[in-house]
Design a protein. Structure first.
Length: 521
């Protein structure tokens, strides 16, 4: 790995280095100078004190970074084949060496990151993967827009709060008029009048956080803009070099019109539908298709099934806009229409597909279009897509029967209710309720609901009397009296784990029975 001497000198500018020659060449390594060193190489920079130099300059072209504490006229002469860079005599050699070490370490890091990016770029046809890697390396959210400033893709955009422009762009698919006017006034978007603009342009004061924009060019003509928001941390010089590499990689996607970007390719769409309808079910055949189609997914998969009302489906423009917004939110394009539903395959690195704030944003998106979403359990193999599609649909169905008000129903949250509904379609659920509850209803009918509330609160508060009393806003002694009375009437043993489990199931069944009595809207 080679580094430019001029860049190194810029990095250590605090030491005020002064050179006797040109500094346009490169070196690959550095060494600490000492009096016993005999062999010198042109691809190395030697660091030390001028008093440690050999009496006769080496014949090969050599670069020295020196603390001038001794006469160096032999090395400064026109006949010497050396380039000496001097710093002040009182410079700390350890500090100087550490600074050079930091520069080489940083250059190595950039080189390794660049290799990761280029390898991924070579092996993928999905620009989203490039953006995801960029988000991972930079630690700040990325937003890709075309030359008309319309949304293409993002990575980490769902984590951004208190940035109205980002929220607007991710939800609407284009930037605000105010933003367009502001960048036009600064000459940042007028490519015709400012053809020599730098590739990296800072936007400061327009947003709540600073933003760095990389102009993505093809044949010196802009084809898009990569925006990096300094949201989680400031954007360093190293980050700027990585942004340049990422932006250049994205150029090929935009040039080749892969930015039909936000839509699932017909090939992938057909593949996903064949999995959903189980026309393709052989595991080996599925794996072969994944390889042939170059489908790259993270290990953790979740299926999102969105229920669309008839009025929604009849409005084609509204349906297309909603699908685009969903793609913007998920940062994924594996979304298909199937059996009256919008089905999204979401892949993630973590076992939790979304953060709490992302769940909230998703709920807001669904509410704005009067839609509901069923969420499957986590899975890892595409051949299990049909069963998880059914479970996500069952989440919607169960949530509807039990009058759930929230727009998102996770199957993991209603699995027991689903099982009881299936059982209840053939048999009465009442015998499954713990006998102690029926005993309370028969013996103390006037205090039945109070006792039920007490038992439930006692279990919810970890069988702790003080915390339960506070939750019910009653006195500690009143709480003790109620528990003693319940035990006296029913013989319940609250120390028995099986009893607690049966009581929890009983409350679940009773809650379901109450909700099932309500008429469906």
């Amino acid at each position: 790995m080679a580094v430019k001497i001029s860049s190194l000198l810029k990095y250590i500018s605090d030491f005020k280095p002064a050179s006797t020659g040109y500094c346009c060449h490169e070196v690959r390594t550095f060494r600490l100078l000492n009096k016993h060193l005999k062999d010198f190489h042109s691809d190395c920079i030697y660091i030390g004190k001028s008093s440690q130099l050999p009496s006769v300059p080496p014949p090969a072209p050599t670069t020295f970074l020196l603390i001038r504490d001794h006469d160096t006229s032999a090395y400064d002469s026109l006949h010497a084949n050396c380039n000496c860079i001097y710093v002040a005599p009182n410079t700390d050699i350890s500090g100087l060496l550490n600074a050079v070490q930091d520069y080489f370490d940083n250059a190595m890091y950039i080189s390794e990151c660049a290799l990761k990016i280029m390898r991924l770029n070579k092996n993928t046809s999905n620009l989203q993967e490039v953006l995801d890697l960029g988000f991972e390396l930079l630690g700040n959210p990325l937003l890709l827009v075309d030359v008309s400033l319309c949304f293409i893709a993002h990575a980490g955009g769902n984590t951004v709060n208190n940035e109205p422009l980002w929220e607007w762009t991710l939800s609407k698919g284009y930037v605000t008029e105010d933003y367009v006017n502001s960048v036009m006034m600064d000459g940042l978007a007028d490519e015709g009048r400012y053809p020599q603009k730098p590739l990296l342009i800072w936007e400061k004061g327009i947003l709540n956080h600073n933003q760095l924009v990389f102009r993505i060019l093809s044949n010196n003509v802009p084809v898009g803009y990569l925006k990096t928001l300094a949201y989680n941390k400031s954007i360093s010089e190293t980050d700027q070099q990585l942004i340049t590499i990422i932006g250049n990689c994205l150029s090929q996607f935009l040039t080749n019109n892969y930015a039909e970007h936000a839509s699932c390719s017909p090939l992938i769409e057909s593949f996903l539908i064949s999995l959903l309808n189980e026309k393709l079910y052989d595991h080996d055949a599925i794996d072969e298709r994944i390889h042939q189609f170059n489908i790259k997914l993270y290990d953790n998969l979740t299926l999102i099934v969105i229920e669309l009302k008839d009025s929604f489906l009849q409005d084609k423009a509204k349906a297309i806009l909603f699908k685009r917004k969903l793609q913007n939110f998920l940062g994924r394009d594996n979304i298909v229409y199937y059996d009256g539903h919008l089905v999204a395959l979401y892949d993630s690195k973590t076992i939790q597909p979304f953060t709490e704030s992302e769940w909230t944003s998703f709920e807001a998106l669904l509410d704005s279009y009067d839609c509901r979403a069923g969420i499957s359990l986590l899975f890892h193999k595409l051949h299990s897509l049909p069963e998880h599609y059914r479970s996500a649909c069952e989440a919607l169905h169960t949530g509807g029967r039990l009058h759930f008000s929230q727009p998102i129903v996770r199957y993991s949250d209603i699995m027991l209710q689903h099982v009881f509904l299936i059982y209840g379609s053939e048999r009465d659920l009442t015998p499954l309720i713990h006998p102690a509850i029926r005993t309370l209803q028969e013996i103390e009918s006037d205090k039945y609901h109070m006792f039920l509330e007490t038992i439930k609160a006692y279990i919810d508060n970890g069988l702790e009397i003080p915390s339960t009393a506070r939750a019910l806003f009653i006195h500690y002694n009143t709480m003790k009296y109620r528990l003693n009375r319940i035990v006296e009437l029913t013989g319940l043993n609250f120390m028995d784990a099986q009893t607690i489990f049966q009581l929890q199931l009983s409350f679940l069944i009773m809650d379901m029975q109450e909700k099932l009595k309500k008429p469906r809207e």
